[in-house]
Write a protein that binds this ligand. Structure first.
Ligand SMILES: Cc1ncc(COP(=O)(O)O)c(C=O)c1O
Length: 394
């Protein structure tokens, strides 16, 4: 069966897909249906942080699948309890209770519901350039107009947008109905935007002074990607609520919202639920992922390899005028081109030469490789990018 033709025929056209079908993955590499091998700097968009099909994750999934694949949250679930106990050890120290779900957007939805229930207020401040998901509430908190506009009839009027990295704008937006501020400590989909050092602590202060909850959306930045388990740690900021998903399950779908104990206790039975949330298979995959990440010290590794990678990207930026800027933190890196068409051409040419990279915010090449990436992988991507940019430069 031709997956491309069949996809076009039977699957909703909600994604702009590249013309290849990936059928196998191991570590840093994936293979397409024609047997071509690619070095993967996308990692399922910041998901496969241990690389593809890590043996410990495969073992955990297969072992658990033989025991119990699914059971309802009507009962206690051993791997779910174990995962929560493990997450307490790596989460910011303010966070000690968790709600499990299946995706990033669901984690953010849970964070919104909890914030509204806990504070009994109805407004949430979100940032320009933000991305929080595609469900109705999360797309409402997502900045890009074209994502929200067609669905505005459904979107709640709860969200007040302010410019990212502007504390004064947040202060001015706070009103007596404001329940929370939601922020990605580093904006991912928005183009790898890093705030100034006083921003996260400043948000914490505004929240404390006004009795608001600070929600850190760490769906993309969490699980070691930026060089710490969670990006808010770079600025020593303790959130009231935190969201995670993507890399948590090593490729298996799982999402999680963590909160301070006294805040999470505002939820009562029936306030929120998910049939599959925290199911045994997903939680077993996540336990193996977190344990292996700890063993391999992947956050530290992300910090080290990220520095090397960023230095190499900066060298490219100095060499070519079609590059506006290289930026990033840990292994969440971006190379902003001056033009969208240049960025798009580079993605295609890189793929043709066996490298998967992706473009976000129109013209930012984004690099979110598995955290097991080695210097030699980075070197080979950089030398290929060097050749490609020399060809396409304007
Ligand atoms: C910061 C952030 N929040 C939420 C989401 C939504 O996650 P999901 O696609 O798993 O619903 C994303 C996805 O890219 C994200 O980057």
């Amino acid at each position: 069966m031709d997956a491309i033709k069949t996809t076009e025929r039977y699957i909703a056209q909600t994604y702009k897909r590249q013309p290849l079908t990936i059928v196998k993955g191991r570590g840093m590499f994936v293979w397409d249906s024609k047997g071509r091998k690619y070095l993967d700097f996308v990692a399922g968009v910041a998901v496969c942080s241990l690389g593809h099909c890590h043996p410990e994750v495969v073992k955990a999934i297969t072992t658990q699948a033989r025991k119990l694949i699914h059971i309802s949250n009507l009962y206690h679930i051993q791997p779910q309890a174990e995962l929560a106990a493990l997450l307490v050890k790596i989460a910011p120290e303010s966070i000690s209770k968790f709600f499990f779900c299946n995706s990033g957007a669901e984690a953010v939805e849970a964070a919104f519901k909890l914030a509204i229930k806990h504070t009994k207020r109805r407004k949430i401040i979100a940032m320009q350039g933000s991305f929080h998901g595609r469900t109705i509430a999360t797309v409402g908190a997502t900045w890009k107009h074209s994502y929200r506009e067609p669905f505005k009839a459904l979107i709640p009027k709860a969200f007040d947008f302010v410019p990212f990295n502007n504390l004064e704008a947040v202060e001015n937006a706070v009103g007596n109905q404001t329940a929370a501020v939601i922020v990605e400590p580093v904006q991912g989909e928005g183009g790898v935007n890093i705030p100034s050092d006083d921003y996260l602590p400043g948000l914490r202060k505004i929240c404390d002074e006004n009795g608001l909850l600070l929600i850190c959306d760490e769906v993309q930045t969490g699980m070691g990607r930026t060089g710490k388990w969670f990006a808010c740690e770079h600025w020593n900021v303790l959130p009231d609520e935190i969201t995670m998903a993507k890399a948590l399950g090593g490729g298996f779908p799982i999402g999680c919202m963590g909160a301070k104990k006294e805040i999470m206790e505002s939820f009562s039975p029936g306030d929120h639920a998910s049939t599959f949330g925290g199911n045994p298979l997903a939680c077993s995959a996540a336990i193996a992922t977190v344990k292996t990440m700890r063993k391999l010290k992947l956050p530290e590794r992300a910090a080290k390899m990220g520095k090397y990678f960023l230095k190499s990207l900066n060298e490219l930026a100095e060499k070519y005028r079609c590059i506006k800027e290289a930026r990033g933190i840990g292994l969440l890196l971006g190379l902003e081109m001056n033009e969208k068409s240049t960025a798009e051409t580079i993605v295609v040419k890189a793929r043709e030469r066996g490298f998967l990279i992706n473009c976000t915010a129109d013209k930012v090449l984004r690099f979110v490789p598995p955290l097991i990436v080695e210097q030699k992988h980075i070197d080979s991507l950089i030398s290929e990018l060097d050749c490609i940019i020399a060809e396409v430069k304007k």
